[in-house]
Design a protein around this ligand. Structure first.
Ligand code: PLP
Length: 380
């Protein structure tokens, strides 16, 4: 079944008792047990509830998996997956990992004896060299934030499996309709469902998805034990938002490709980071493992002053953090998502003072190009 059909079928599951075409918001923390000896499917809503169950089955199906778990935020999903590891375990992590994941790896997990090494995952020999006797997983994020560096999911998963490690992929930037890491050999996919899956900059949500039952059982155990589950109303809003995922990703990624090609030809732009461009180092791998370059790009206008001019003079994009909404979002990583990094650390990660990130929404791309053009003309 094509993804677009699957999305609609999986988010439109008629309620068994009422026939309601949309799953009701079951606002009930506890469930009556009809028999003293035999309890029903649901008992207490942290362990499971009917609204969240439909949403969990939908996100799992979109990654071609059987098991999906929803959390209150993307960070709750990522942290819960990382809590399946134990004292003494070591992880290999993309050096371009999301700031919140970086914070958990740096400040929280070491207190429980879980350590990590950052590696440029584009360098497969460096990955092999970083494997220690106690390494348990390779943690991938592709394309990465904010410079859209691409990692080869199949190659990294193969290295992982040769050494009995798991491979974990943060698939937030692509969404399951543009990239399916589990089909490329990965073991666990995580999402900030706050972004493209929900798609409307309204709720926070996270997902963890696996094909293997033993892995899934470990994630479910932590989900229920720690309890950072997605609320019932937000589960419903996620189902609502996901219905248009296919058409949103198609529109936004086609527009992003057009805008990236236009940006490449502008004299004010020194660098365009977008894996859909032939000039991009990750182009070949992106072509192999994803449908296209996605809906997020970043570009460098040469200096902080020029970046300020673009942010202040553009009229259409929202100047804010986050991405994956219906509206185009312009952000300034050096002062927003990556403000925690020192200027030296920023430089090492390719985050230059003139770098802006652009999450393309559903507006007409020609309007966005015209808006950028008039802002670029004001750069001194
Ligand atoms: C936003 C984001 C997260 C964190 O998700 P929250 O929903 O904000 O907790 C994780 N990974 C990536 C790539 C993100 O963009």
């Amino acid at each position: 079944m094509h993804d677009w059909t699957k999305i609609i079928k999986k988010t439109t599951v008629a309620d068994k008792t009422s026939g309601a075409v949309n799953t009701p918001i079951y606002l009930s923390s506890t469930f009556n047990q009809e028999s003293f000896d035999h309890f029903g499917e649901f008992d207490y809503a942290r362990s499971g509830n009917p609204t969240r169950k439909v949403a969990e089955e939908a996100v799992a199906a979109l990654e071609d998996a059987k098991y999906g778990y929803l959390f209150s935020t993307g960070m709750a999903a990522i942290s819960s997956v990382l809590l399946t590891f134990s004292k003494g375990d070591h992880l290999i992590v993309s050096k371009y990992v999301y700031g919140g994941t970086f914070r958990i790896l740096e400040e929280v997990l070491p207190r429980f004896g879980i350590t990590h090494t950052y590696v440029d995952l584009a360098d497969l020999d460096a990955v092999r060299a970083a494997i220690q006797p106690n390494t348990k997983a390779i943690y991938i994020e592709t394309p990465s934030n904010p410079i859209l560096a691409v990692s080869d999911i199949a190659a990294l998963s193969q290295i992982a499996h040769e050494h009995d490690l798991l491979s974990i992929v943060d698939n937030t930037f692509m969404s399951p309709v543009l990239q399916k890491p589990l089909n490329l050999g990965a073991d666990i996919v995580v999402h900030s469902a706050t972004k493209f899956l929900a798609g409307h900059s309204d709720i926070l949500a996270g997902a963890a998805i696996a094909k293997d039952k033993d892995i899934a059982d470990k994630i479910y155990f932590i989900q229920n034990a720690v309890g950072a589950t997605l609320g019932v109303t937000d589960s419903w809003l996620l189902l609502r938002g996901m219905k248009t995922l296919g058409i949103r990703m198609q529109q936004s990624s086609t527009a992003a490709q057009k805008i990236a090609e236009w940006l490449e030809a502008q004299p004010q732009v020194t660098r365009v980071c977008y894996p859909g461009l032939k000039s991009n180092a990750g182009y070949a791998v992106q072509q192999k493992q994803a449908v296209n370059g996605g809906a997020v790009l970043s570009f460098d206008v040469g200096s902080e002053d020029a970046a300020r001019t673009v942010a202040e003079e553009t009229k259409i994009p929202e100047f804010s953090v986050s991405l994956g909404g219906a509206e185009t979002i312009l952000s300034y990583p050096p002062k927003m998502s990556h403000a925690e990094l020192s200027p030296a650390e920023q430089a090492k990660s390719g985050i230059t003072p003139g770098l802006l990130r652009f999450s393309v929404g559903l507006e007409d791309p020609d309007d966005l190009i015209a808006d950028l053009k008039q802002a670029f003309a004001k750069i001194k």
